[in-house]
Ligand binder design. Sequence first.
Ligand code: CMC
Length: 377
Amino acid sequence: MKTDNTAPKGLEDVIIGSSTLTLIDGHAGTLSYRGYDISDLAENATFEETSYLLLYGDLPNVQELRELRQNLSDEREIPPQLVELLRGFPNDASPMDILRTSISALSIYDPDLHDYSPEAMLRRAIRILSKTTTMIAAYERIRNGTDVIPPRADLDHASNFLYMMRGDAPEPAVARIFDKCLVLHADHELNASTFAARVTASTLSDVYSAVTSAIGALKGPLHGGANEAVMEMLEEIKVPEKVEAYLKKAFSEKKRVMGFGHRVYKTIDPRAIILRALSKELATKNGGKEWFRISYKLEEIMRTEKKLSPNVDFYAASVYHMLGIPTYLFTPIFAASRVTGWTAHIMEQYTDNRLIRPRADYVGHHPRKYIPLAQRK
Ligand code: CMC
């Protein structure tokens, strides 16, 4: 029975609570974290400063940033039992499945899991943020049959992440591009994974359970999984000359083109503009011209034919690819950044909690009488 207060399908435009974290203006195509425009942050702030901003509410001063860096660095090691767990997984598993399982397992080793004080919550957020990179990198090394590389205390968060995955410290220019990508992915209001995290937190379950829920939601191709699907599409297209034919076929088969469209943005996603510039820059420097040209052609045709603009996942794909990152790590890297936003939202949820428990509009059978098994047709 339809009632007047039934929410729109997919909760489109439904405001379910207040937040001081992130503001999106879908019509203007703007995004800000705690009042700072995303382009200002991407241009000027490091991921560490951005994390501090999201977790503590303001940009850090020199001393506060130093302390955050130290805390992140102190938390990089993961328990040896977890490394053993990672070694036991098959080499061809989905790194997102591995990450979901490892975050869940990490809770068992948290020294103060049941301390919900604000100080313990912040410690835990930093712990999860730091160890997420180590777990992703360790599994990447294990799946390739190479040694797990211990973290380096002298490197910043982004450089150390790349170092643990690859075995050598990145060039400063590469590290800065990767760091910018992390800034761009750090938070995005009540996207599906953040909502999942807040729903779990609203039952007063623990942070690891909430982050595990979020990772499960992020994995899907309509959300974070889209960046991997974009790269698969670019590889299938191969050359810019084949873009038109590819899209014609996709349109006739009514297929979704990954990396386009957004629930909130009615114009281009501001993060896509920044990533498009990075993709172009890398294409010129690193000889990946074709990836940028294919992407740009896709963008042009999608805009004229479907009035759809790229979202964050679209140009992130060619950027990561040109940074030499394997496609199966794109979504885990998204998670490694978004964990900052998830934990900031979880803390906000705990601060002013009420159980999130909506209703369903029942459209099933009218009342029926139980029929004993032997009498059923
Ligand atoms: N390709 C083709 N058609 C599309 C696409 C697309 N990527 N996105 C939307 N449409 C069409 C859709 O078919 C529908 O047309 P019609 O009204 O004729 O049936 C119309 O646009 C509205 O689509 P919708 O599914 O009702 O829109 P939504 O707000 O529910 O979905 C979305 C948003 C992001 C799931 C969707 O645009 C999509 O599937 N995009 C591709 C996957 C993707 O790139 N996801 C990443 C999202 S942003 C970053 C992140 O969360 O990771």
